[in-house]
Design a protein around this ligand. Sequence first.
Ligand code: ADP
Length: 193
Amino acid sequence: LETPLTPQQRKFVETIGNSSDTLLTLINDLLDFSKIKAGKLVFENIDFNVKEFIWNIFESYKLQLDSSRVELTLDIDDKIPAYINGDYSRLTQILNNLLSNAQKFTDQGKIGIDLSLVSKKKDRVRIKFEVSDSGIGISPQKLDTIFEPFNQGEKDISRRYGGTGLGLAISAQLVGLMNGRIWVESKPGEGST
Ligand code: ADP
């Protein structure tokens, strides 16, 4: 893409690039899924700055959404400690799954990231990471199954929006292994959190 190309060649190369990205995501999801199933996933424990961490994620989506009709907001509870210890790359993976879904299923309106402190004990904090959108929402009968593997909600979702139905299953398993909890609230036509 950084060499001289005719407009037609540019289009071809862009298509190859997009397809490769989709394929890579699929392979990585399948590998993660198998790794978790085999009980071979090991978490890293690293001290990291929560504000910096969430800002980096926010900024990358902000850039992508700037040219769209969706506003992205970020809100961080002051009571959250500056540094926490945990696996920030797995946390990033979970938030990327939630944010890419929010982006995929929201045409216009708002996507919000909210971090709040749930509880704080001597050496343990519980933080709620909330990703909300004003998108298409999820029907009540599908709400219970979206964290199951290969489950994509309505049957035409895969054709219309792509995806594999693995993102939320992996996220739910990762959250569970971190002793956390993941859940969804949604109203069709109004949005999801
Ligand atoms: P994928 O996005 O690859 O289809 P996921 O496991 O990430 O798989 O999501 C499963 C299904 O849950 C999606 O196919 C979609 O039907 C529904 N879903 C997830 N997030 C949202 C959202 N923010 N708004 C509407 N539907 C959603």
